[in-house]
Design a protein around this ligand. Structure first.
Ligand SMILES: Cc1cc2nc3c(=O)[nH]c(=O)nc-3n(C[C@H](O)[C@H](O)[C@H](O)COP(=O)(O)OP(=O)(O)OC[C@H]3O[C@@H](n4cnc5c(N)ncnc54)[C@H](O)[C@@H]3O)c2cc1C
Length: 322
């Protein structure tokens, strides 16, 4: 139903949308066998709309989200396989927490829209199959691993489940370009939020001026920005640039060692900052693993668990600081 708002100068009342009453049901059509939404194409017409209604429908909600999530409980940087898995576990475990996901690209998924070398299938070593079953995704089993027929099937299903959760907001086409820090009582520093900008703006800092960023305060940041690349390993590299942690380059490929190392190493690498997925290899020097995704998924699960373990401590610190 079209809504009217107090701020709206133009209002359009329309009848509640009911495809069956709006269109003449044609139960003989082939489409009718596939969907309850049946259309009579001879009389078909969309409900009228004014362009400003579209603008307001989007901007009103987006600015409300910006307002709501300016104070988030947890920010996840990067909506690849590890980031979205962490969001899924966290948001379901703690529906009371506000979780913002910041993704630099327009599309989610990171490196997980394809398998290795642009092939379609996605390989996950056991025991990551448990998570795939939980999502209700079909797979084929081969010895010690499973194969999902297309990586895009996994990532789109995971993303849709995450976005259905009421306590999650995905800000895509938005880039984390710095971290917020706060001094701690013991004279050290903790991460206390992220500095964001439209990705397209971030890409033009060299040729445009006065493009200050936006900020989100949060108790915990989970960084899942992937291994080093044009944008990857962002939070690790930022902390390294400040001398807070040591940089260690990703090691050479070894599937067996790499996946265990990533999952086991998933942790709070710096107060307030948990690192998961391939970004971790850039501070731990763990091996790359190539196109096998079990570690990305289970690293996301472990990152969520880590966040729940430290949440109360970091939330108290946050409440005690400005
Ligand atoms: C050429 C190439 C080679 C690869 N080789 C390997 C390999 O050998 N082994 C391997 O394990 N993996 C490799 N990968 C990556 C592979 O896809 C990963 O295993 C897997 O996708 C990593 O998952 P992730 O969740 O850690 O990060 P990713 O899937 O990389 O997702 C990271 C997400 O974070 C976003 N992001 C990055 N920086 C920011 C920022 N500042 N603000 C907001 N969002 C940000 C990115 O847009 C992306 O969506 C390769 C990828 C590419 C493109």
């Amino acid at each position: 139903m079209a809504s009217t708002t107090a701020t709206s100068t133009i209002t359009r009342e329309t009848a509640p949308i009911s495809l069956k009453t709006f269109n003449v049901p044609n139960t003989d059509s082939k489409v009718a066998k596939a969907t309850a939404a049946v259309y009579d194409w001879d009389t078909f017409k969309f409900e009228p709309i004014r362009e400003s209604q579209v603008s307001r429908a989007m901007t009103r909600r987006y600015f409300k989200d910006l307002d709501t999530y300016a104070e988030s409980d947890i920010v996840i940087v990067g909506a690849g396989s590890s980031g979205l898995t962490a969001a899924y576990i966290l948001a379901r475990a703690r529906p009371d927490l506000k979780i913002a996901i910041i993704e630099a690209n327009v599309a989610v998924g990171g490196g997980c829209f394809l398998g290795g070398q642009l092939f379609s299938s996605m390989v996950l070593r056991k025991p990551a199959d448990q998570f795939i079953r939980e999502l209700g995704i079909e797979y084929e089993e081969e010895d010690n691993f499973i194969v999902v027929k297309h990586a895009a099937l996994f990532i789109t299903k995971l993303c849709s489940k995450v976005l259905e959760l009421p306590n999650v907001k995905l800000f895509n086409a938005t880039c984390v370009e710095d971290l917020i820090t706060r001094p701690t009582d013991d004279g050290k520093v903790r991460v206390a939020g992220v500095v964001t900008n439209w990705t397209l703006v971030s890409m033009h800092h060299d040729d445009q001026s006065c493009m200050d960023p936006n900020t989100i305060n949060a108790k915990i940041i989970i960084s899942c920005t992937g291994h080093d690349g044009p944008m990857g390993a962002f939070c690790v590299k930022r902390l390294v640039s400040q001398g807070y942690i040591q940089r260690n380059q990703m090691g050479c490929l070894d599937m067996n060692r790499a996946e265990d190392a990533i999952v086991k190493g998933t942790r709070e690498v710096f107060p307030g900052l948990i690192v998961a997925g391939m970004e971790l290899s850039e501070c731990d020097s763990s091996n790359r693993m190539g196109p096998t995704f079990g570690a990305m998924v289970l690293s996301g699960v472990k990152a969520a668990e880590e966040a729940l373990n430290i949440y109360e401590t970091r939330a108290k610190q946050d409440a005690d600081s400005y």
